[in-house]
Design a protein. Structure first.
Length: 692
């Protein structure tokens, strides 16, 4: 007799702008097939190659199913199983002893392993706030871009993704949506079929750039100069919407003066491109009514990433592209969603709230933070670390120092995970967490304008527990008397959104949970009549907030830290710029252990231009060593003009334990921070490459 077949709905929890709705075939309690939900307008029944294998990940033979404690040296990955009762007792005793003496010696480390509002930063944040732990500045991915949008538009706000289908010109800037935003790409392809011109601006001829009409391969970190050069042409040739500028922007005269310092000839030299590429694109952009920009986070992972975002974000307001729903810009739409962060995270639980608060630790500096002896202006030494929704030993910059910090025998580390990742190998306690099919969550998106509910439909694998349940268990064993720590997941979900916000008019938790998703009530062309969320209500070419901080209120070009302009001596020793964008079949470090996906990627590769390979004696298929003062890694060379001359490309992020030499691209990246937002500078990295 055949097992019963059911169908369930779920939401993809991963760090991707698409936030897809999934339709899952379930047989006898096992997810056997995952497809895109055809009823969800942004998803349209299609999933990326990664998430279409989600059932393989959920039921993977290496899934963590029981709590474990370390029995070997840190980093060896040797554990023995224990029960939850013992796990909670160990965690409670060790954490209590530390926070009783010095609360700020405890640090949480998390990011976007799940993008859910419930299993992300709700009970977890309440727990750490109540203890008075050090606060984590979660800036590793997108903070520079978010800051750029905040200072220009007032928040992470932009176009509806559906509107790109009607665009006549689409600039795909610092993005490879075939790998990282499939559902935008389908809209761009539809626009292309209708006659739109697609232009990729990217140092690398990615899969996306290959399918655009034009590819402009500028040097890494020079995007702000390129945008200012476009402004120079737009202003010089009067390709401006003066009425829109007058009514809905501020600081135009100052911006125009700044743009005059970036004539096309100078910009061409900075960016390493032809002058005509700047002039021709600016003219086309200025003369096209429905001109749209799909910006992504690759271009902001350099020293000047925040300023670059600001400069690019100014362009649609100069030409009045915002007047049409098919014009404007999309980097992130996440701030359209009315999230109630206060209710979710309860910052009022912090000791001294709101006047005297625990220190803030930037997550990109975790290597230096863990190795710092403490004291002085830095603050107490980190003695305990709780890692969830992240794999810092693989994904954090300057990986040699990160691993050295995690290897400290006097550091008590708790890791909540699905698999035994690179970070899990350093845990003292390794706790099995549930996946998306096994717990409740609420999701916003940063690539579309829907909010969504994920309901569990299968029992947890083994003894896995949700993040929220694990933090409740530790808190209970510690004897913490705080009712908000013990609220149910549904109670947390109910307060995750501000139901009185106009974008949710007529919606309630009950209606949203029953429907599965709801489109936010927003204008088709969100800034056609201005209405920016800045202090002035206008698109601020000159930021009032930056001016109030004593910073330059105008966008400008800042040379990368590691470049001939920024550090000539370093560039003489390490002449190649390295970028490490996502591999198509990985999502940060997620999915690397799914054999079918890893087999497609084969092994770590380094794309290098023939002009750079020849003098180094490097041929197609050779193993090469990529090195700088921070470390080195080994990869197999692909000699190709997809990488522009002077740039090498290492598609990432491999688990170190699953790469041939136990290393990945973050061996060579730096802990330096961006100009705005304190974000990571993964693509601001000079290296030398040699044949092994």
């Amino acid at each position: 007799m055949n097992a019963p077949t059911d169908f369930a709905r779920a939401v993809c929890p991963h760090d991707c702008p698409d936030t897809c709705a999934m339709r899952v075939t379930v047989k006898d309690g096992v997810a056997v097939k995952v497809v895109g939900d055809p009823d969800h307008p942004p998803t349209q029944g299609v999933l990326c190659t990664k998430v279409s294998r989600y059932a393989e990940r959920v039921h993977h033979r290496d899934r963590l199913t029981v709590p474990m404690k370390r029995i070997g040296r840190k980093g060896e990955g040797r554990f023995e199983p224990i029960g939850w009762d013992e796990a909670f007792s160990i965690a409670a005793e060790r954490l209590s002893n530390i926070v009783r003496r010095e609360p700020e010696a405890l640090l949480p480390y998390s990011y976007a392993g799940t993008m859910g509002l419930v299993q992300g930063e709700s009970i977890a944040q309440r727990f750490f706030h109540k203890l008075g732990a050090s606060r984590l500045d979660r800036t590793i991915c997108s903070a520079a871009g978010a800051a750029g949008l905040k200072y220009t538009y007032g928040g992470s706000l932009g176009m509806h993704v559906e509107s790109f289908e009607e665009s006549e010109l689409i600039l795909i800037w610092g993005a490879n949506p075939i790998a990282s935003s499939l559902h935008f790409w389908t809209r761009a392809q539809e626009a292309k079929r209708r006659g739109a011109r697609l232009v990729a601006i990217d140092p690398y001829r990615s899969l996306t750039a290959e399918k655009c009409h034009q590819h402009i391969a500028l040097r890494p970190g020079t995007d702000a100069a390129f945008a200012l050069g476009m402004m120079n042409v737009l202003i010089d040739e009067d390709l401006l919407d003066h009425a829109y500028i007058e009514a809905h922007t501020s600081g135009f005269e100052a911006l125009a003066e700044r743009a005059r310092a970036y004539p096309p000839a100078r910009v061409a030299e900075i960016c390493g491109i032809e002058e005509r590429e700047i002039v021709d694109l600016a003219r086309l952009y200025g003369k096209t009514r429905k001109a749209a920009i799909r910006l992504n986070y690759g271009m902001q992972r350099v020293r000047g990433g925040g300023n670059a975002t600001r400069a690019i974000a100014c362009l649609p307001s100069l030409t009045g592209a915002w007047r049409d729903r098919a014009g404007g810009l999309l980097l992130s739409s996440s701030n359209w969603a009315p999230i109630d962060h206060q209710a979710l995270q309860r910052p009022d639980l912090l000791p001294g709230w709101p006047n005297r608060l625990p220190r803030v630790v930037n997550m990109n500096a975790i290597g230096d933070v863990l190795l710092h002896p403490g004291g002085g202006t830095f603050g107490p030494k980190i003695e305990a670390l709780v890692v969830y929704n992240s794999n810092p030993v693989a994904v954090a910059p300057d990986s040699e120092r990160v691993a050295a910090g995690f290897a400290r025998e006097d550091l008590f580390t708790v890791v909540l995970e699905h698999f035994q990742t690179d970070t899990a190998d350093y845990a003292d306690l390794l706790l099995p967490a549930t996946m998306q099919f096994e717990h409740l969550d609420v999701h916003k998106s940063y690539g579309h304008t829907y909010v969504m509910v994920n309901r569990p439909f299968m029992a947890p694998i083994g003894e896995a527990r949700s993040n929220t349940e694990i933090f409740r268990g530790i808190a209970r064993r510690m004897g913490i008397d705080e009712p908000t720590l013990y609220e149910s997941d549904e109670a947390v979900a109910r307060v995750s959104l501000r139901w009185d916000d106009p974008t949710l008019a007529g919606m309630s938790w009950e209606k949203l949970a029953a429907a599965g998703w709801a489109k936010l009530r927003l204008p088709d062309a969100p800034f056609a009549e201005g209405g920016f969320q800045t202090p002035t209500g206008k698109c601020e070419f000159a930021s009032t907030l930056l001016a109030g901080l004593g910073a330059d209120p105008l966008p400008d070009y800042l040379p990368p830290y590691e470049s001939p302009d920024g550090s000539p001596e370093l560039a003489s020793r390490y002449p190649l710029a390295m970028i490490s964008p996502p591999a198509r079949h990985f999502l940060n470090s997620s999915f690397v252990n799914v054999e079918s996906l890893r087999a497609t990627e084969s092994e770590p590769h380094l794309d290098i231009h023939p002009a750079d390979a020849a003098p180094r004696g490097i041929h197609e298929g050779d193993y090469v060593r990529v090195r700088n003062d921070r470390g080195s890694l080994t990869a197999r060379a692909r000699v190709t003009d997809r990488a522009r001359e002077g740039v090498v490309v290492g598609l990432s992020i491999w688990w170190k334990k699953l790469s041939p030499d136990g290393r990945n691209a973050n061996q060579v990246t730096s802990q330096a921070l961006t100009d705005l937002g304190g974000s990571a500078t993964f693509y601001d990295c000079l290296v030398e490459v040699e044949r092994v």
